[in-house]
Design a protein around this ligand. Sequence first.
Ligand code: UDP
Length: 338
Amino acid sequence: MKTILVTGGAGYIGSHTTLELIKNGYDVVIFDNLEYGHAEIVEKLKTISKYDGKVIDFIKGDLKNPNDIDTIFNKHRKIDAVIHFAAYIQVEESVKNPQKYYENNVSGSMNLFSAMLKNEVKKIVFSSTAAVYGEPKDLNPIKEDCAKAPINPYGRSKLMVEQILQDYSRTFGIKSAILRYFNVAGANSDAIIGEWHEPETHLIPNILRAVNGKIFQLFGDDFETRDGTCVRDYVNVEDLANAHLLALKYLELEGISSDCFNIGTNNGNTVKEVFDACEKVLQRKIDRKICARRTGDPASLVACNEKAKNILKWTPQRSLEDSIRSAYKWQCGFLEKI
Ligand code: UDP
């Protein structure tokens, strides 16, 4: 396997995975509409790929436009597999504007799968989410076969694509490895790339942004958890990128079936614990204020990662503190620029 199409490769997880692919000898075609991805990130990746003797091609386009997708496959006749990240990811926005989510995340994915079928590309790693489980009660850590009951259009759009892939696997022989991410954190350890969302809604970057005088807003301390704040499973982005590499290798094996895997650490931290860890790593006090709950936040989401460990041979290597350290290193360089 040599050339991988990465949709959404200019985004946070897509760019870290692209870097992991280059380091492991793959050529990459990045497809991104740059609505949330960044041209600067693509340029950085291109520079690195030259040192590594690998090729990155960038095609700007939108999955909602089948002609844009045709451009990829017309230009690159030999794509061995696809890693599909491109999607909208904001839960609250998905509640306000479900059409945007279904058109992009579901119809856009179907356009991609149609092009794959037309061009006989039969391997895909799909970026899914713990949001497909909804609000599991007393089931943490969550196993892959736990009931799927997403509570917002974002989670439903991801579950729909999972189901489409299962049908396309049975009928058309497209082999898929579905990765359900829990909470992703951190940055490339050399601070070459990192988390860059506008607007930023995620916990760790928001705590770190509060270092320079802003007050961190903690959404809800009245959940039924050990300290009243939400429990999440924070997986390091470089570990997650490695899971994609292993998923590709899994798809190369003879006789395997399409399958889905939780990508998390088996371990949860509350928002207060993450906040304390940030203060400890940075060795400074950060201002915070307790605010009302955010709509749709489940109390606790922790992955059982046994399946990914056993089948993909994936083991997370980096701690929460490693993620905080790399996120801060990236953010220090990044905030100087904006
Ligand atoms: N959170 C917070 N303040 C922020 C961002 C997030 O208190 O500025 C909380 C959020 O309510 C949730 C947890 O941190 O309980 C993780 O939120 P994030 O958006 O990072 O990930 P999610 O679990 O929603 O995908």
